[in-house]
Design a protein around this ligand. Sequence first.
Ligand code: SF4
Length: 251
Amino acid sequence: MEKLNDTYLKVHSYESGGTVDGPGIRFVVFTQGCPLRCQYCHNPDTWDAKGGQIKTAKEVVAEVLKYKKFMEFSGGGVTFSGGEPLMQKTSLLPIFKALKRQKVHIALDTAGTTNIDETTLNLLDLTDMVLLDVKHLDDTAHKKLTGLTNERTLDFLNVLRDKNIRTWVRWVVVPNINDSAEYGEKIAGFIKQYPNVELVELLPYHRSGVFKWKELGIEYPLENVPEPTKEAIKELAGILEKQGIKTLYAK
Ligand code: SF4
């Protein structure tokens, strides 16, 4: 308990009743700070690690536990999202331990942008499932899209396979960047190497966060990129399904 009082987590916000960040009804903790700069980010207000509200681990655990009954009833749990939650993995460790003791289902929504050290491995031992954002398989395109290499994400996915952790891969489909049929085939071939990946979730790029870029005074790089159509998403999902990969997307 002592550790929970002495550990601090920078939180951007909480969301109760979430239904899009993992199975069942979820309580979502959006952590503050992200090392990536995705061109389509709809939460650029989570980027600055100096921002957010400082909470003790005890406060975070207490907040999550308020919703335990709803989570259990729906087969849900808590999802740690961001930002990049792994930026604060040392703080997350005692939080995950406390929540596991209470038998709360824990999902981690991450781009895997961290080094694989003991803290990462210990945290994963307490994680029931991972929602892994694979932004682009081509490293040059990944760097252009996010500002960083995809090496850490792919290393992270290898660890998830080694530990056999239930994983949903998330693919934010951005027109002209990663929405070709050829790219779909590439994703399918890649995912087949990972038996721990239960499904690929296709998330259409959307422009709902553009106003936040304007508020922060940052130029939005995808100004002329349209949102993909439902048909386009369905076609890409079809490519994966043909190869035996389960998909999830808004119909
Ligand atoms: S990883 Fe998520 S929070 Fe970070 S820049 Fe990309 S979309 Fe935004």
